[in-house]
Write a protein that binds this ligand. Structure first.
Ligand code: ATR
Length: 277
């Protein structure tokens, strides 16, 4: 019998840490499986998926630019995937049908709450950005019952639209960066793609107090522009998305294998890896 195959599809994919993470999980839990990174541009997604399924594919992660395509392709969706309109995890069911999940938001919340003891309950939360990354975390963030959520975006209409879409989940306001002046937050989550190009949204001073937490969903080998800003503003917690990456992977692994891997040891390995470049 052939070994169960898993993979991450994306473009570019060369620097993906997912194979390392899932191989650690498999070794740790004694699961026999393979996990590889496959470069798949958007135009090849359908063909690559069919080929993968025909060759012992049991589950997939999808990353940029494929999450919205994966959302369209699957036959069943979890509620959190339906709300986020994006799929980062595909589960091949026994009957061959495809289920789509989105584990990004729960990965973020687990990293904040379990790994860093940052409580979202009753917190004043600000999300920067209103693209796919922001959409993926709003549901799981609101499920923690923050007292309020602001979504601030360069294109204000997108922030307002997102706020409207999720309004049934609690107090949510969509606005521009200028509208943040005079407000204060317990937790700021950077879901813009600005970090990736070393840029920072134009944020007013005094958004934080001494116990505030800043979290960049992106991560890099050195501090992102947002983490640098958070440190300069004196935030108590200045975090990037490394823990979220491992926690979203652990949730995907659980969906595939019904076993929850230990994440702490893998986060520690990745921290050590990035220190040595
Ligand atoms: P992703 O899937 O990573 O969220 P996306 O859907 O293209 O990618 O969204 C990118 C987000 O980053 C958007 O909110 C974008 O703002 P606009 O909606 O105004 O385009 C935001 N963004 C990108 N570069 C930015 C910058 N330099 N400053 C502020 N916001 C930026």
């Amino acid at each position: 019998m052939s070994v169960d195959r898993y993979a991450v599809f994306g473009h570019p994919i060369r620097h993906s840490q997912s194979p390392f993470i899932h191989r650690c999980f498999a070794e740790q839990t004694g699961q026999t499986l393979t996990y590889e990174a496959i470069d798949v541009p958007a135009e090849n997604f359908g063909r690559a998926l069919a080929d993968f399924l025909a060759h012992s594919g049991r589950g997939l992660n999808c990353t940029v630019p494929l999450k919205e395509l994966a959302f369209q392709k699957v036959e069943q969706l979890t509620e959190r995937a339906r709300f986020s309109k994006a799929v980062n995890t595909i589960i091949v069911q026994q009957d061959g049908t495809l289920s789509g999940d989105n584990t990004d938001g729960v990965g973020l919340v687990t990293d904040l709450v379990s790994n860093h003891q940052v409580n979202l309950h009753n917190a004043r939360v600000l999300i920067l950005g209103a693209g796919g990354a922001a959409r993926g975390i709003i549901g799981p963030v609101m499920a923690q019952s923050p007292v309020s959520l602001y979504i601030a975006n360069r294109t204000v209409s997108k922030a307002k639209k997102l706020a409207l879409e999720f309004m049934q989940t609690g107090s949510i306001t969509g606005c521009g960066f200028d509208d943040l002046a005079g407000l204060q937050f317990d937790i700021i989550l950077n879901a813009t793609s600005a970090s990736l190009s070393g840029q920072l949204p134009p944020l007013p001073d005094n958004l934080l107090h001494s116990a505030s937490c800043c979290y960049d969903l992106a991560y890099a080998n050195t501090d992102t522009a947002f983490v640098k800003w958070a440190k300069a503003q004196g935030a108590a917690h200045c975090l990037d998305g490394l823990g979220m990456l491992v926690e979203q992977a652990a949730e995907a692994f659980y969906q595939w294998r019904q076993i929850r891997p230990d994440t702490q040891s893998v986060i520690a390995k990745l921290e050590a890896k990035r220190k040595t470049g």
